[in-house]
Design a binder for this molecule. Sequence first.
Ligand code: HEC
Length: 242
Amino acid sequence: MRKAFLFLTIVAACIAGGCKHQETPQPANTNTPGTTPTPTPNPAPTPNPNPADTGICFKRDILPIFLSNCAMSGCHDAISRQDGFQFTDYNSIINKEFVPGNANGTELYEKITEDDNDKRMPPPPRPALTADQVTLIRRWINEGAKNTDCSSDCDTNNFKFSTAVKPITEQYCKGCHNSAAPSAGIALDSYDGVKTVALNGRMLGAIKHLAGYKPMPQGGSKLSDCQVRQVEKWIAGGALNN
Ligand code: HEC
């Protein structure tokens, strides 16, 4: 009951202030990058019989969803930590009230599947996660919420806008840079939007973390060298819609 009230207050404040509601004292961030995750108090009740077969890579498929939809400044980045939740890396995501192996028992899953628009996360006006994203997160949790990394799939010689650049913007950028709520006035959910920042130099400056540009994805780690190289080569080739 108290929790529901607290949550409603936060949502109301969130709507009023676009996530920048009044500061509540938050516990210090105790996540140390690179350390093993803190064991969760609830052991996985339904271990996945076949965890190796998932094909889901946390770093490639799951983390970008969190970075792009939850880890914005004022919401769940390392500084804002609304309601004590931070979603910027593996350890912070699975730290709290997270039940690897049981999506239905995980509060975060409840929030992203909430039917009531006023209660769901991310809160309006941000779009809800897509059905595909929800399914991926559900599978990932039910399969044990592993910290998997499949970055070796990236190819810098054989790629196109549709097979490399578009998936990068969809995974890592669109949550903040969409037409409904474009951060910095930049919408990256269409070819034209991406092309504009590609050709004016800001996209490369931002993802290469060059001086004079805001480092992107904001609040997340840098794209892999291979992904940056793909974007760079795509731009050098004329930023074609291929
Ligand atoms: C968590 C939210 C978030 C994510 C994810 C994000 N951005 Fe941004 N982006 C912002 C905000 C906010 C600004 C404005 C920053 C400022 O002015 O301080 C911005 C600014 C930019 C700018 C302008 C930078 C400049 O210095 O002119 C570019 C280009 C950009 N983003 C591209 C991207 C790309 C490409 C991605 C994905 C690889 C991305 N962003 C991911 C929130 C985000």
